[in-house]
Ligand binder design. Structure first.
Ligand SMILES: Nc1ncnc2c1ncn2[C@@H]1O[C@H](COP(=O)(O)OP(=O)(O)OP(=O)(O)O)[C@@H](O)[C@H]1O
Length: 343
């Protein structure tokens, strides 16, 4: 069942000066986030990701279209109903947005007090939360004395304080170093796995997507240009922007100029084999080439493991009798998709 459903959502902002044209930050987005999944939205700066998040928790009104969260169209709610809705949505921010001069405890007590949770109950909840995020020994530390990673753990604990069904993580790891980023992503995956919280992960880092997301939508200029299960998008990105993002993580496709340079130094027909099915072995493809007396050289490629499945592209230079190459490729093609990139 969908927890968040966006239908033809448009958000326009007025131009900076009077007479300037309106700016369409979100341009007709359809999106559906299923209960229990980690859904990533990736895009470059200015693509409209943060605006989209602000529409989901109704911090901004839509220009047109509908935003349905947990069965309720948020575009029609009163201020009071909106406050209730937001209690069911946790937010995690890039810059943590914590009260720096207060203790960790104080930061976690705040949303509980706002939600009307009694003092005794607060104690129990805060202690649970701190254990969950691995900061049980930091309850009385001042936030200002914590590292970035620890601050983000507090941010996540605070977002979880009132047991939200939906967590919006807007560039939650963008201010962190790579190692801390991995720890925080692991924590978000644990939140999803152990608490069943649905997570909408906004990011410009494809590595974050590949590590924890189940599905991904790629945004460019206010539009969703591609969406699908993470493995499918990595294995076969359709849109140029998606290919650029995938290329930041998986370097298995030679850019055109590299391909041209390889062409100049290698003989033969260039064929790219796409390994997408973990059950298919590379050695079977190589054995087929050898059986047909086709020589091959690996000129570019890489096999990556993503969420337990291996995939990647290998570009080979094949030399030998043309008919033999065709016969070998016909055999290989029954299990491994291939394309001839140059001959
Ligand atoms: N309140 C606003 N008034 C006018 N324009 C805005 C406003 N908020 C966002 N925009 C514009 O909308 C576009 C999308 O911005 P948004 O912040 O949603 O992008 P983003 O993908 O989240 O990028 P970033 O990661 O840089 O925040 C940008 O061109 C931005 O300048």
């Amino acid at each position: 069942m969908a927890l968040v459903e966006l239908h033809r959502v448009v958000k326009e902002f007025p131009g900076a000066r009077r007479g300037d044209p309106v700016h369409r930050a979100v341009d007709g987005v359809d999106l559906s986030v299923e209960q229990g999944e980690i859904f990533a939205i990736i895009g470059y700066s200015g693509a409209g990701k943060s605006t989209l998040v602000r529409l989901v928790n109704a911090l901004e009104p839509v220009t047109s279209g509908s935003v349905v969260v947990d069965g309720v169209d948020v575009t029609t709610l009163s201020e009071r109903a909106l406050r209730e809705l937001r209690q069911g949505i946790g937010m995690v921010f890039q810059q943590f947005n914590l009260m720096e001069s207060r203790t960790v405890w104080g930061n976690l007590a705040f949303p509980l007090t706002v939600a009307g949770v009694a003092k005794g109950e607060q104690q129990k909840r805060i202690s649970e939360l701190l254990h969950f995020v691995g900061l049980a020994d930091k309850a009385h530390a001042h936030v200002a004395d914590l590292s970035g990673g620890q601050k983000q753990r507090v941010g996540i604990a605070r977002a979880l304080a009132t047991n939200p069904r939906l967590l919006l993580a807007d560039e939650a790891t963008s201010a962190l170093d790579p190692e801390t980023t991995r720890d925080v992503l692991d924590l978000l995956a644990k939140v999803n796995r152990e608490l069943g919280t649905t997570i909408l992960l906004i990011t410009h880092e494809m590595d974050a997507v590949r590590r924890i997301a189940h599905r991904v939508a790629v945004m460019e200029k206010g539009r969703v240009v591609e969406t699908g299960p993470v493995l499918d998008v990595f294995a076969d990105p359709q849109h140029a922007v998606t290919r650029r993002f995938v290329g930041t993580v998986v370097d298995d496709l030679p850019p055109d100029e590299v391909l041209a340079a390889l062409r100049a130094t290698h003989r033969g027909r260039f064929v790219r084999l796409a390994f997408r099915d973990p059950a298919v072995r590379q050695s079977d493809a190589f054995a087929a080439l050898l059986r047909h007396d086709v020589s091959f050289e690996l000129v570019y490629g890489g096999i990556e493991e993503i969420q337990g499945s291996s995939f990647g592209n290998l570009t080979l230079a094949l030399t030998g009798d043309d008919a033999a190459i065709d016969a070998a490729l016909a055999e290989i093609g029954t299990t491994v998709p291939w394309t001839e990139v140059a001959r």
